[in-house]
Ligand binder design. Structure first.
Ligand SMILES: [Zn+2]
Length: 255
């Protein structure tokens, strides 16, 4: 069946072309520029935010890492998940879709985690509140709702605790970390997040291995290729200045 409306009648007056714009001025071959461009605007406002507490120095021991999930007890509203520091093959992992190599690394590293944890990682890594080159991150939903696919709403608060090994002393330093955000903002989320952060820090300080608050000095990942391999657990760190294995906390031996 012929599509008549697509055919142009040979002797009809010229019609406006399919691409928007004013009709050409009658009698001239040139198209006059409109005085004002009629623009259709598009925008997306993404809002990510988070809070991190002071660090708490922990008495190091073989059980120190196992204590981390218990610090979310009473506050976690979903399964508590532990995200280990990333080995060197994931050192470029970044949750940015437009950078396919970095995004693929990120997906390969984190596709196993729950939607809540992945959302938390996107938010907290995007705002630089955690760095998996040296942080161990223990995460749960802390407030608010998830959608039918299990992903937190923009006003939901996610997070828990993050730990790293202090370069100077080798002690484990634990801090409370929370985050939220997405395609929306709600006025009271910041206040609720501050309250939850306080609850988490109270839990950390109440732990039997806690030694007290400490100034939080984050290790500085170097621009180099990294690559010290832990003699104890085999973890290949992306963090070449680390004195202690980001994963097991044992002293790294320099060859
Ligand atoms: Zn190790």
């Amino acid at each position: 069946m012929p599509l008549d409306f697509l055919k142009r009648k040979p002797d009809s007056t010229p019609t406006t072309p399919a691409t928007a714009g004013p009709p050409p001025a009658a009698g001239h071959g040139t198209i006059t520029l409109p005085e004002e461009v009629v623009a259709q605007d598009f925008q997306l406002k993404l809002y990510y935010a988070g809070k991190s507490s002071e660090g708490v120095r922990m008495q190091t021991g073989p059980n120190a890492m196992n204590e981390l999930p218990s610090m979310l007890h009473g506050l976690a509203k979903s399964e508590i998940e532990v995200v280990d520091p990333l080995p060197i093959e994931f050192s470029q992992a970044t949750p940015v879709m437009a950078r396919p190599s970095e995004a693929m690394q990120w997906l390969n590293a984190h596709h196993v985690h729950s939607p809540v944890t992945r959302h938390a990682l996107v938010v907290l890594e995007s705002i630089d509140a955690i760095d998996l080159a040296f942080d161990t991150f223990v995460c749960s939903l802390l407030d608010g709702e998830v959608d039918t696919s299990g992903y937190p709403e923009y006003s939901a608060i996610v997070g828990g605790v993050a730990s790293h090994w202090d370069e100077a002393t080798g002690d484990m330093i634990v801090r409370a970390v929370v985050g939220w955000g997405g395609k929306g903002v709600r006025g009271d989320t910041d206040r609720i997040a501050a309250k939850i952060l306080g609850g988490l820090l109270t839990n950390v300080l109440a732990n039997q291995y806690a030694l007290g608050l400490t100034a939080f000095e984050r290790p500085v990942p170097s621009a180099g290729r990294g690559g010290l391999v832990c003699a104890h657990c085999g973890f290949a760190s992306a963090h070449e200045r680390a004195f202690y294995c980001p994963k097991c906390g044992m002293r790294l031996l320099r060859g």
